[in-house]
Design a binder for this molecule. Sequence first.
Ligand code: CMP
Length: 397
Amino acid sequence: MPATSSTLGERLYTALKPTDSGAGSRRWQSFHLFALGAGLLAVTLSSVDSLPDLANEIASFVIMLVAVVFLVEYALRLWTAPEAPNYAGHSEMGARIRWACSPIGLIGLLAIVPAFAISVHAVGADSDLAALFCILWILKLGVHAPALGTLARVISNERATLASVLIIFIIVLVSAATATYFFERARQPEAFSNLPAALWWAVVTLTTTGYGDIVPLTTGGRIVGSVVMVSGILVLALMTGILATGFAEEERRREYLRVWDQVVKVPMFAELGTVTLSEIVGKLRVRHYPPRFVVVRRDEPGDAMFFISEGEVEVRLPHEPVRLGQGGFFGEMALLDRLPRSATIVTTQPTTLLVLYASDFYEIAAHIPSLVAAVEKEARRRRQENESGKAAVGTQR
Ligand code: CMP
């Protein structure tokens, strides 16, 4: 009995994990996003006084329904918390308490407050307060934005560079405010009455906001203003550049790990040494496809080949369809022969593919001849199989 419940817990934990790429998790993510959207729409509509009674009732019903979904989700997440690898060293209760106190746990708790408040009749289901409480659901959107975690990591990675730019910002700000205060205070004693007022003008100007509530009128003030405006653009450009580069770097690292996870499932790659493998991993891209998705269409030009790390595809050949499963590959013939695709290929179930674009394929062909030789050998066998298949169809006719 305990073994079964632990398996169930593990499965549920994986399905509820926002970063899992499995079909179950992706389906849950879509449903969660839909429930969140419907709930927020209902909350927003229910605040409109002129809404007809029926629409109001529907909105209240949707709010209740979504609150129940979040209540069930919270209970399941709390129950499966001990399955999380980061709570491995803790007791079941310890893991649950830690999860409940984590940012995701607290957001989950805030999201179910309306459901509790309504169910214990502390607030009427149709009251404005209940609806307004539900706006807290917006916090749950953060769960669907992995970029928030990436942003935190980028800021942490680039903190030294960002701090340098911030220091330049502060130096320009304080010097500009002091200089303008010096130039302007006689001409505009009210606007530039003290240093904090001048600092306000400097912040508005340096950030290129420019409300225009305080404007320098003296020549000296205007010269300082011009320097501050140009410095503002430079500082913002520097900040943008640092964050954009940091984001791209972080995304490249994540993609590398995602590819590495999938590459180990393809036996052809597992035979390669670590150095060779790491070269290929940098060139592969992970793509997830739903069932019945046309990955390759016959007669279209080929720009990539694919390795199957999970799932299955059907090669629709004129004579008879062939199925390729985990570890198989396709799309190589168009790259080797530089001809259009010889068949249409469709997924038969949720499938994860590793994509190798043509330019990278030709580069790898030069560096790792053993891999390309294995691909060529299989392509030759396939060509022969297709030729004899065509001949057999011709004879039957
Ligand atoms: P390409 O021609 O680029 O696109 C269609 C792909 O179907 C082809 O490359 C092969 O990878 C694959 N294919 C063609 N014939 C066979 C076969 N007989 N068995 C398995 N796969 C095949």
